[in-house]
Structures are given as C-alpha cells and as structure tokens.
Design a protein around this ligand. Structure first.
Ligand code: 5MY
Ligand code: ATP
Ligand code: ZN
Length: 438
C-alpha cells in the first residue's frame, strides 16, 4: 500500500520536533486506527545534519556491528534498526514501539504538508519542511491514547502526559577544563536556559530542574512536576483522548498563567474526581506517583550516563575516528591533558563516541504515560496500576518512550561548540570573579 494525496484527509497534525512532523490518524482503516505517522523533515537552509539519507562511511564504522544497518539505503529503515537493536534493549522493549514503514507518494507528502501548514509554529515552518525525498514514513502507536481505547466511547476518558526530561546528572569527567568546572555543580539545562533566553528562544527561565525528576525522591519528583506545570516550554504536554489540553503544540509553551491553569483543571473534570481548582494538583500527584513507581527515569538515567567523559573528552576520540587533526587540541594550550585519549586503540575511540551518541539520544527522548481510571466493573488489565490517594482512584497506566533517533556522527563538532557557547557566560563570570579577587 502506498499512501496517496487523497489519504491526506485522514491525517491530522499532532506535533513536531526539529526533525520530524507527526500526524495522527482520524479515519476508519483498522491498520491505522490508534496510530501516528512520523515524517522526516529537512532544514530549509540545507544544514548538513539531517539531509543525508543513509549512513556516512564513518558512521558505518561506528554502527557496523548492528545487523543489516550498513546496507540500508534509507534513513527510515536505519532509524528502525537503531531503535530495535540499540535503544530497545537499553530502555525495555515493552516501553518502545520501533514502528513499521509505510510507503508514501510525493503527492501525499505535499498534501499533508499543505494541510498542516497553518497549525505549525511559524519558526518551525521557517526552519524545516517535509523531506520530499522520503518514500516512506514510520507508523507508530499513538501513545496519547490508551491502548485498546483507540475509539473512545461514552465515558471512556484517557489522559496522557508527555515529558522531555533532558540530562539528569552532573558530569564528573576529568577532561572538563578547569574554567568549566561549574558544570560539575550546575546542570546543563539550567545554564542552557540563560543562553536560550539571550537568543530569544524562550521568554522566561524554566523552573524545572531535571535533577529533581531523576532524584528518586518522591517529594523532588513532585517538585519537578509542579515546575513543569508552571514552565512547560517543550518539556511538558498533556493530551485528553488524544487532543492537546496543556503545553505547546509542536513547540515551546509560555509560562502558565491563572487562566491556562484553570482551563487545564477544568479539562481534567472527567478524569480526576475532585472539586474545581484541585484537579490539576492531583493530576500532578498521579504523574509523579507513576514516575516514581515505574522506575522509568532510572532506566533513562543509566543510558544517559553512557556519556562518561563528557563532550570535552569525547570530541578528541571523534577526531581520531574521522582521521582528522584534532581541532580542539590545536586551539588548546594544555594538549597533554588529552594525549591519553589520542593514544587509545581505535575500537576504544569508537566505543567512546558510540556511547556518547547513544547517551545523546537518551538526553533528548520523551516519555509518554497514558492513564485511564479503573472503574467498578472494569476487568483486571495487564497494565500497571497506580493509586491516587487524594481522590481514592485507581488508574491503569502505560509508559512509552518516543524520539529515540540515532544522532548523526557529524553532530559531535556541533555538540562541542554548543557546550562552549553554553559555558561562555559562566566562564567569563568566573574570570571576572578571579580578577576581582586578585
Ligand atoms: O542540544 P539540545 O539539548 O538543545 O537538544 C536539542 C533539542 O533542543 P531542546 O534543548 O530540547 O529544546 C531540540 O528540540 P527543539 O527543536 O528545541 O524542540 C531537538 O530535540 C534536537 O534534536 P534533533 O535535532 O531533533 O535530533 C536536540 O539536539 P540534540 O542535542 O539532542 O542532538
Ligand atoms: N508515538 C507518538 N504518539 C503520540 N504522539 C507522538 C508520538 N510521537 C511523537 N508524538 C508527538 O509529536 C511530537 C514530535 O515528535 P518527535 O519528538 O518524535 O519529533 P522530533 O522531531 O524527533 O523531536 P526532537 O526535536 O525532540 O528531536 C512529540 O513531542 C509528541 O507530542
Ligand atoms: Zn584532541
């Protein structure tokens, strides 16, 4: 089956990130009910990262051990293999749907692109367009609706939360330059907020602290949820029966004001049994409890921690892999610090970079957790359950990870430069402080 222009009518805008446009199915074909498609985009300025359809020679070296990956000509199949063979074993296959490929015609892509144009954030439209070279898209479970409740009937209500947790640990690598020592005590997320504010990408600093979400403490997880509610940015969204009721569609949401909070509280009325004004609070308790109970974030953290030596270490191995003179050592005075990295065997350099890129995927993934209240008379289900004490309700829940894409090897240089950019104001501040002391 190849999706044609007329089929575009049955697909509606669901959201997007930097690289993919996501549409949900609203028709009646049983193969597609309860699914979304993920369509690859290309940057309009022709940036080097996303345009390549298959693996580069050096990426073949890096991922060559994965079965069948080197011979694959299309990015869609490569992504599927990466999710199945790398991310699934690390995160748990029960929480991951690698999707299946569906062929699409160029006319279908053009038709959906035109259809959703006015719903997309304008900066996303300026940044990227649907990749016209795609001949297939990925069909994935729609995690914003509860499994088996894809056709919601009468009183069946499902609420689903999407959280992009970002990096949940502080690096301790010996390769961090002394002037960047602050990395060991302030999260990248917090420092990056200052840069984003400066660049006009956000209008307020987020109150969210990833270390709270990953802390393993119930109170701190609750704290993280409260902060995400106040400053959702692109880290927090909520869907009711598949429709967005909180957060930014396809982009960054503003700070939550009273009106937004009230509307959200009201939208939860069929899900959380409580009086007006209390539902959003109890909903956050429910999400916090499920995150705490499921241990989901522990798995993510373990994978993120594959980044052992930080980009300040891994970048040196990158230059060895691509057999180029190390641009970082060329600029730095104290080259001895990195000599050990440049003298390790090639397979170790490959492992360092491979692990760094896997960790980058885990630092950028999102979790989606869908909930359905267990009513009297409901049959026992195979899902996990969580008890919300404040309302005396039991919920079935299902947790999944989305956006497990392989990060392009070429991005290593960008990661290093971005890291320097994030650190620059902080390092300057340190220098000023030292000068003041002298
Ligand atoms: O570097 P970061 O932390 O800004 O992460 C990028 C994300 O920015 P964020 O800070 O979450 O708003 C960015 O998200 P947005 O476009 O800002 O929503 C992307 O997820 C990007 O990944 P990719 O280009 O889609 O592979 C992400 O790039 P990677 O670092 O994951 O490659
Ligand atoms: N399986 C899914 N079920 C429901 N909604 C989804 C699903 N996959 C993606 N979405 C929605 O589409 C949005 C964009 O998807 P995704 O994060 O995969 O895009 P991306 O371009 O890869 O993102 P990023 O910029 O983070 O790399 C998500 O934030 C989410 O709201
Ligand atoms: Zn070097």
């Amino acid at each position: 089956m190849v999706l044609q222009a007329k089929d575009a009518l049955e697909w509606v805008y669901k959201g997007e990130g930097a690289v993919n446009l996501v549409l949900a199915y609203c028709g009646k074909c049983p193969d597609f009910v309860g699914k979304v498609i993920r369509i690859r985009k290309v940057p309009r300025n022709g940036s080097e990262y996303n345009g390549d359809s298959a693996l580069s020679t050096h990426e073949c070296l890096l991922w060559g051990e994965l079965e069948g990956i080197v011979s694959e000509p299309t990015r869609e199949i490569i992504e599927q293999l990466y999710v199945k063979q790398v991310m699934c074993p690390l995160l748990g296959s029960k929480h991951v749907d690698a999707g299946i490929r569906v062929l699409v015609s160029r006319e279908f892509l053009e038709a959906v692109e035109n259809k959703v144009l006015c719903q997309r954030p304008s900066w996303r439209v300026d940044d990227a367009k649907v990749d016209p070279r795609c001949d297939s898209v990925l069909l994935i479970t729609d995690h914003s609706i509860f499994p088996h409740v894809s056709r919601i009937i009468k009183e069946d209500f499902c609420v689903s939360v999407e959280i992009k947790p970002k990096c949940g640990f502080l690096p301790i690598s010996q390769f961090i330059a002394p002037e960047n020592a602050v990395k060991r005590s302030i999260t990248r997320f917090e420092m990056y907020q200052a840069l984003k504010l400066n660049q006009g990408k956000i209008s307020h600093i987020s109150k969210y602290d990833p270390l709270d979400l990953f802390s393993g403490s119930k109170d701190r997880v609750q704290n993280a949820m409260k902060s995400l509610l106040m400053t959702p940015q692109n880290n927090f969204r909520v869907f009711l029966n598949g429709s967005l009721i909180f957060g930014g569609l396809g982009g960054v949401a503003d700070c939550t004001n009273c009106m937004v909070d009230q509307a959200f509280d009201y939208a939860l009325k069929h899900v959380i049994r409580a009086e007006d004004g209390m539902r959003s609070k109890y909903f956050l308790e429910l999400v916090a409890e499920s995150i705490y109970k499921s241990g989901l974030v522990n798995r993510v953290l373990e994978v993120q921690k594959l980044d052992i030596i930080d980009i300040e270490g891994a970048i040196h191995s990158y230059y060895d892999i691509v057999s180029q003179p190390c641009m970082v050592c060329r600029q730095k005075c104290e080259k001895e610090r990195y000599a050990s990295l440049h003298s390790i065997p090639r397979d170790q350099s490959l492992k360092i970079v491979r692990d760094y890129l896997i960790s980058a995927t885990a630092k950028d993934l999102s979790m989606m957790i869908s909930f359905k209240s267990r009513e009297n008379g409901d049959l026992e289900s195979s899902c996990s359950t969580v008890y919300l004490e404040s309302t005396n309700q039991i919920f079935d829940y299902k947790a999944s990870f989305i956006d497990l894409d392989m990060k392009p090897l070429k991005k290593m240089e960008y990661y290093y430069e971005l890291d320097q950019q994030i650190m620059l104001p902080v390092s300057n501040c340190n220098i000023m402080l030292k000068l003041e002391i002298i």
